[in-house]
Design a protein around this ligand. Structure first.
Ligand SMILES: Cc1cc2nc3c(=O)[nH]c(=O)nc-3n(C[C@H](O)[C@H](O)[C@H](O)COP(=O)(O)O)c2cc1C
Length: 184
């Protein structure tokens, strides 16, 4: 990974419909002066392709587990080492569960597991999913382990329901990252 003085922020994007907001989030993060590195789950590629994110960030965008890079490259370890913070936005119920239980079955979760910098998680899902005790247990478990949860907003959802579950407003995500960087 090339060295730069700008704080590196790893942005993990998962298979939530809110992934369509990711390009705008990247742009706003860059305006803050952060060097953004994106990691996509395999499922996220159904909602947003790696190409625009690669063009926007100027960095390769690993998807799923394997990276098109020399075999001696341990990108998940490099990303985790150099990140000033990692934010998973949007975070699906599925990835929330994998993070809560320490899975490392793709680039995103492996990076999060190797991370010593702050981990921020912005869940986005249907209201009934968000309220499910399994999801709330996972949120609690992650909080207890020091992860910062950026709570979902309430309002109309893509599925037509209304209630909590919308991805937090992008300025709120930026504020949470700012706070995490300031807190060190
Ligand atoms: C149209 C559609 C929209 C979806 N939106 C969400 C969502 O907003 N949040 C969520 O947790 N899951 C959502 N899902 C389900 C996830 O895509 C699914 O759980 C997937 O396995 C997540 O994988 P990932 O976390 O590895 O990206 C959606 C599925 C479909 C078909």
């Amino acid at each position: 990974m090339p060295k730069s003085s700008a704080p590196k922020i790893v942005l993990g994007i998962t298979g939530s419909i809110a992934a369509v907001k990711a390009a705008e989030l990247v742009r706003l993060m860059q305006k803050k002066g952060w060097d953004v590195w994106v990691v996509l789950t395999a499922c996220a590629t159904q909602y947003i392709g790696p190409l625009p994110l690669r063009v926007l960030t100027g960095h390769p965008v690993p998807c799923g587990t394997f990276v098109d890079a020399p075999p001696e490259t341990f990108l998940h370890l490099d990303l985790a080492d150099q990140a000033a913070a990692m934010v998973v936005a949007p975070c699906s119920a599925q990835t929330l569960a994998r993070l809560a239980h320490g899975f490392a079955d793709d680039m995103l979760t492996a990076t999060a597991l190797a991370l010593e910098a702050p981990l921020l998680i912005a869940p986005a899902m249907n209201t009934r999913m968000w309220r499910h005790p399994a999801v709330q247990d996972n949120v609690e478990r992650l909080c207890q382990r020091g992860a910062r949860i950026i709570l979902p907003a309430s309002g109309e959802l893509a599925c037509g329901d209304s209630g909590p579950g919308r991805l937090a407003d992008l300025p709120d995500i930026l504020c949470a990252i700012d706070d995490a960087l300031t807190a060190g």
